[in-house]
Design a protein around this ligand. Structure first.
Ligand SMILES: [Zn+2]
Length: 331
C-alpha cells in the first residue's frame, strides 16, 4: 500500500514536539550542546524518545529540552514552515497544529506570547504560499501550570481567536482532573472556540473518568488519545453516542506505555469496530524521531488497517476538523 499517497487529515500535533531532527541538530550544535553528533543512531537517542518510557514525566523532560532550543520568533516561523512542508509531503491536506503559548515562551526571556504567535502565523503563511494545505491552530492550556497562568493563556487564546480555531488542555493527567478548568472552557466556548481535551492518555488511575469529565464539564468535542476508555464501558458508550472523536496517536501511545502489551494491545481497531470515531495522528513526531507515516505503518502491520480503514479515519478527521469549511482543502 502506498501510505504516502493516501490523502490525510492530521488533527493532533504539538508544534513544540514536531521539529525536524536535522533542525534540532543544527540548533543544538549552534548552542554548543554536548551531543554525539558523529553517530546518527546515538544522536537520535539523545534527542528523541525511541523506546517505551516508564512514565510520562520522562517524556515531558525531553520535550522541555527540545522546547528550549526554540528561542526566537524566527525559529518558530521556520519550524512551523518545515512541519507543514513535511506534512504536505506525507499526503496531509488538512493539518491542525497546536502549541502551548506559556510553555513556548519559557524558552527565553526575549520571547513573548505575541512574538511566538506572530512567528507561527508567518510560517503558516509562507507554507501556504507554496503548498495547497489547510492549516488550523489550536491553543493548548497546561493543566500542571498554576491557575493564574492557565487563565493568562486562556485570555491570550481568546484575544487571538481569529487565528486559533480551537483550545486544548494537556500535560499530566493524574492529580490534574478536568473539572477545575470548567470556567475557562465555558469562556472559550462562549468565544466560539472549538474544544479538544487530552484525557484517557496514560495508564493511571482515573484515566477513563477524565474522558467522562472532559466531555461532561469541559464540552470536549474531541478527546486527545482516549486510549483508556476500555476501562469503563459506560465511558465507551458515552463517546460513541455523543459522536466524540478520539485523536489517537499509536506511536506516542506505545512510547508512553498507554497500554500493556505493546502495539497489538492498542485498542484503536476495537474502538473503530465498536462505532467510535477514531483518527490517526503523530502527537510529537520530532520528539519521537518519527513521522505520521510511521503511525500509519503501525496500524497496517499490527492492526490490519487497509486503505478502507485509513480512508474512514481520514473522513472522520475531515468532518471533525475545527478549520472553517471554506478553508478545508481536500485535493
Ligand atoms: Zn498530545
Amino acid at each position: 500500500m502506498d501510505l504516502k499517497g493516501l490523502k490525510k487529515v492530521e488533527l493532533h500535533c504539538h508544534l513544540e514536539g514536531a521539529v525536524r531532527i536535522s533542525t534540532l541538530t543544527e540548533l543544538a550544535k549552534a548552542k554548543k550542546i554536548d551531543l554525539p553528533y558523529s553517530d546518527p543512531i546515538k544522536l537520535k537517542k539523545s534527542l528523541c524518545v525511541v523506546e517505551p518510557l516508564k512514565n510520562l514525566s520522562d517524556l515531558l523532560e525531553r520535550l522541555l529540552r527540545m522546547r528550549d532550543l526554540l528561542d526566537s520568533e524566527e525559529l518558530y516561523e521556520r519550524v512551523t514552515f518545515e512541519y507543514i512542508e513535511d506534512s504536505f509531503n506525507q499526503g496531509v491536506r488538512l493539518l491542525e497544529l497546536r502549541y502551548n503559548p506559556v510553555f513556548a515562551a519559557e524558552a527565553s526571556p526575549s520571547l513573548t506570547l505575541d512574538r511566538i504567535h506572530r512567528g507561527i502565523l508567518s510560517g503558516i503563511e509562507r507554507a501556504q504560499k507554496k503548498y495547497k494545505i489547510g492549516v488550523g491552530l489550536i491553543g493548548t492550556l497546561g493543566r500542571i501550570l498554576p491557575m493564574n497562568i492557565v487563565k493568562q493563556e486562556m485570555e491570550f487564546i481568546i484575544a487571538n481567536k481569529d487565528t486559533f480555531c480551537g483550545i486544548d488542555l494537556a500535560d499530566k493527567e493524574d492529580g490534574f482532573e478536568p473539572k477545575p478548568f470548567a470556567p475557562y472552557f465555558e469562556k472559550a466556548r462562549e468565544a466560539g472556540l472549538r474544544i479538544t481535551i487530552h484525557a484517557g492518555e496514560i495508564n493511571v488511575p482515573g484515566a477513563s473518568k477524565n474522558v467522562y469529565d472532559a466531555i461532561t464539564y469541559l464540552y470536549a468535542e474531541r478527546i486527545g488519545h482516549g486510549v483508556r476508555i476500555f476501562e469503563d464501558k459506560k465511558v465507551m458508550d458515552l463517546v460513541k453516542e455523543k459522536g466524540i472523536v478520539l485523536e489517537m496517536c499509536p506511536m506516542s501511545n506505545w512510547l508512553s506505555s498507554a497500554v500493556d502489551g505493546g502495539h497489538p494491545a492498542h485498542p484503536i481497531k476495537k474502538y473503530l469496530d465498536y462505532g467510535i470515531k477514531v483518527t490517526i495522528n503523530s502527537d510529537d513526531p520530532g520528539l519521537f524521531g518519527s513521522s505520521l507515516i510511521d503511525d500509519y505503518k503501525i496500524l497496517a502491520e499490527h492492526h490490519g488497517f487497509t486503505e478502507k480503514e485509513f480512508n474512514r479515519c481520514n473522513q472522520i478527521a475531515f468532518d471533525a476538523c475545527f478549520i472553517k469549511d471554506k478553508e478545508k482543502y481536500w485535493v
